[in-house]
Write a protein that binds this ligand. Structure first.
Ligand code: ARG
Length: 275
């Protein structure tokens, strides 16, 4: 959609690991993520994305194993960023390095109250074709974050209520794509939110993801210029994506699934145009 090359923020997994449990994927995984495998998987994603975007990095910090999930750094639209306010105390120390990175890289940091939780592009997803923002709540970000984003950016924000703890961030179960397409796992949402999605996205533009693909983090995809980078997807889902005109590219990220993240979580798009 944009006329300039996308820029993506990533963080190398030098200090990555599963060191606490703040989502169901991390249960039973304490100390089980293999850092050297994580490194080559991360490098594999980075190399694949390099074909379509410039990769910028933030320095890894010892003691912050989830800093690799830069989708949670904040929410970027235009030159204004909302830096995340993490719900889990384990991740709150990430706010300072992320804020510093945005300040040093020319972003305007929007005012945001201390007491409203918001986990950035993990929960707020831009639907570029519709000029609207989908915003998840129920596990991490507060419902109130939706109103606040609307005030800051002037775009409509549609709150969606997440109800399955495995899909605690919106980007684990929903992915807006170019051309008005939307890939999502309906059971992750309450009935009212499912109706909201159906009211906005015409049936023929909905790509329904099944449970197995959802558990493989297929919705946690990075879409760039018609290509869709993802940990894994069934033949059926890949065929649906191809039929919609996209090119799925699988890049294994199993070490990061142990912490509850995959391709999209490991990236943050830095060029999102307001107009
Ligand atoms: N362990 C991290 C957490 O639970 C994983 C974050 C994944 N990020 C995402 N955007 N879904 O917070």
């Amino acid at each position: 959609m944009s006329n300039s090359r996308q820029k993506i923020l990533m963080c190398a997994p030098d200090h990555y690991g599963v060191e606490y449990v703040i989502n169901p994927w991390m249960e039973g995984q304490l100390g089980h993520a293999d850092r050297s495998t994580a490194h080559w998987q991360w490098q594999g994603l980075r190399n694949a994305l390099t074909a379509e975007a410039d990769i910028l990095t933030i320095a890894p910090v010892p003691g912050l194993p989830d800093l690799v999930f830069t989708a949670n750094a904040g929410f970027v639209l235009g030159d204004t960023v909302v830096v995340s306010r993490f719900r889990s105390p384990e991740r709150q120390a990430e706010e300072a390095p992320f804020r510093e990175w945005f300040e040093q890289n020319g972003f305007i940091v929007a005012d945001w109250p201390q007491d409203v939780f918001f986990e950035g592009a993990g929960d707020a997803l831009i639907d570029r074709g519709r000029s609207l923002i989908w915003c998840g709540h129920g596990f991490r970000s507060d419902l109130n974050a939706s109103n606040m984003l609307e005030d800051i950016y002037g775009w409509p924000v549609i709150p969606l209520h997440l109800v399955d703890a495995r899909f605690y961030h919106l980007d684990t179960c929903l992915c807006p794509l170019d051309g008005g397409w939307l890939m999502y796992f309906p059971p992750a949402f309450d009935a009212v939110s499912q109706r909201k999605i159906e009211a906005i996205i015409p049936l023929e533009k909905r790509i329904i993801v099944g449970e197995k693909d959802a558990q493989d983090f297929a919705c946690n995809a990075v879409d760039l210029n018609g290509r869709i980078f993802m940990n894994n997807a069934s033949e059926d889902l890949q065929n649906q994506l191809r039929a919609a005109g996209f090119k799925p590219t699988l890049t294994p990220l199993t070490e990061f699934l142990k912490a509850g993240g995959a391709a999209k979580c490991l990236t943050l798009k830095l060029q999102e145009h307001l107009a």
